[in-house]
Design a protein around this ligand. Structure first.
Ligand SMILES: NC(=O)c1ccc[n+]([C@@H]2O[C@H](COP(=O)([O-])OP(=O)(O)OC[C@H]3O[C@@H](n4cnc5c(N)ncnc54)[C@H](OP(=O)(O)O)[C@@H]3O)[C@@H](O)[C@H]2O)c1
Length: 307
C-alpha cells in the first residue's frame, strides 16, 4: 500500500463527491488487499467506510446536498481525501455526532445489528458464542446481544482483550483452545443457540460442534483464512449454516437508514459504546493493516484523513 496523487473524482449521475474526514478500517479491506474478495486489484484505492462532507453532487442528485455531512459503509476508495459515494448509500450524520465517530461505527455497528436481529434473531435466554469478542464487530455485537437478553460466551487471545470484552458485558470469555468443549460445558451439554464466527478456517468446524441441535452457525468472515470446503461428515447434528453479507440484508434505503438510526440512537443514549483503538494518518494506512492483522487491536481502527 502506498500513498499516491490521483485526479480528483467527478460524480456521475446518482453519485456525490465527499471530502473525507475519517475512514474506517475493516477486515474486509484486508480481504480486498489479499484478494480473497475482489476489489483490491493493484491500483485500486482501498477502504469502503467513511465520513465527511459532500462537496459536489452528480446530475440528478438532490439528496444529500453540498455541505451536508454523511457517512457510508459501501464506497470503494474511502482511504482518500475525496471519495465517490452513491447518493443512495449516503447516510446523514446526526448533528451531535463527530465524523470520526460516524466512520468508526457505521459499518461494524450496522453489521452487528443485522447479525443479531435478522440473520439470527437473538432471544432472551439464548446463549450466544461470539468469536474475536474484543474486536470491532465483536464488542458491538456483545453489547447488542446483552441488550436483547442473551448470554455471551466470547473467545479472544489475551487476558487484556478478555477484560475489555467483560467490561462491555460478555458473560464468559474463553480461550480458542478447546472452545467447543468449553461451550458445551457452560451450556450443560446443549450448545449455543448461535455461533457468530468471523474467524473462518481456524474455527469453523469447532464452532459447528459448539452449536446446539437446530442452532445457527453464522460464518460472517474469515480473519484466519477462508473456509474452502465443507465436509458434510463433520456435521454431527442438524445445524443451519449461513454466510451473510450486509448488502443482502439491506434491500432498501429505508432499511439502510433505519439500521443506522438504531446504531446512532444506541450511541447517543449511552447503551452502545464504540471503542476507537487507534487513529492513523492516511500515510500510515499500511500500519493500520499490519496492526489489525497482527491481532494486537481491540475495537475500531480509524484513518483520520484530516490529520
Ligand atoms: N459479513 C459481513 O456483513 C461483515 C461485515 C463486517 C465485518 N465482517 C467480518 O467481521 C469480522 C471482524 O471484523 P473486524 O473488522 O471487526 O475485525 P476485528 O474483529 O477487530 O479483528 C479481527 C480479530 O480476529 C481475531 N483473529 C483470530 N484469528 C486471526 C488471524 N489468524 N488473523 C487475524 N485476526 C485473527 C483477532 O482477535 P483475537 O486476538 O481476539 O482472536 C483479531 O483482533 C471479520 O471476519 C470481518 O470480515 C463481516
Amino acid at each position: 500500500m502506498t500513498v499516491a496523487d490521483l485526479p480528483e473524482p467527478r460524480p456521475a449521475a446518482g453519485q456525490v463527491v465527499v471530502r473525507v474526514s475519517a475512514a474506517g478500517v475493516n477486515f474486509r479491506d484486508v480481504y480486498h488487499r489479499e484478494g480473497t474478495v475482489p476489489g483490491g486489484e493493484v491500483g485500486a484505492v482501498l477502504g469502503v467506510e467513511g465520513a465527511g462532507t459532500v462537496v459536489e453532487a452528480g446530475p440528478g442528485v438532490e439528496d444529500p446536498r453540498v455541505g451536508e455531512r454523511v457517512c457510508w459503509w459501501r464506497a470503494a476508495g474511502s482511504y482518500a481525501e475525496q471519495a465517490l459515494v452513491d447518493a443512495a448509500m449516503a447516510i446523514p450524520i446526526p448533528d451531535d455526532m463527530s465524523d470520526e465517530l460516524a466512520a468508526a461505527s457505521i459499518l461494524q455497528g450496522t453489521t452487528a445489528r443485522y447479525l443479531c436481529t435478522d440473520t439470527y434473531s437473538v432471544r432472551r435466554g439464548d446463549t450466544v458464542l461470539i468469536h474475536a469478542v474484543a474486536g470491532g464487530v465483536g464488542l458491538l455485537l456483545t453489547q447488542m446481544v446483552k441488550a436483547r437478553g442473551g448470554r455471551v460466551i466470547g473467545t479472544t487471545s489475551t487476558p487484556e482483550k478478555a477484560a475489555i470484552a467483560r467490561s462491555l458485558g460478555a458473560d464468559e470469555v474463553i480461550d480458542y483452545r478447546g472452545f467447543a468443549d468449553r461451550v458445551l460445558e457452560l451450556t450443560e451439554g446443549v450448545g449455543a443457540a448461535v455461533a457468530y464466527d468471523g474467524i473462518g478456517q481456524a474455527t469453523f468446524y469447532d464452532s459447528l460442534a459448539a452449536v446446539r441441535t437446530r442452532g445457527t452457525m453464522v460464518l460472517y468472515g474469515w480473519a484466519s483464512g477462508p473456509v474452502t470446503s465443507l465436509d458434510i461428515r463433520r456435521f454431527t447434528r442438524s445445524v443451519f449454516v449461513t454466510r451473510p453479507g450486509m448488502i443482502d440484508y439491506t434491500p432498501t434505503r429505508a432499511i439502510l437508514l433505519e439500521r443506522a438510526d438504531a446504531v446512532f440512537h444506541g450511541i447517543a443514549e449511552g447503551s452502545l459504546s464504540v471503542r476507537v483503538f487507534a487513529r492513523y494518518p492516511l500515510e500510515e494506512a499500511a500500519r493500520a493493516h499490519r496492526d489489525l492483522q497482527s491481532r494486537a487491536t481491540t475495537g475500531k481502527l480509524v484513518i483520520d484523513v484530516g490529520l
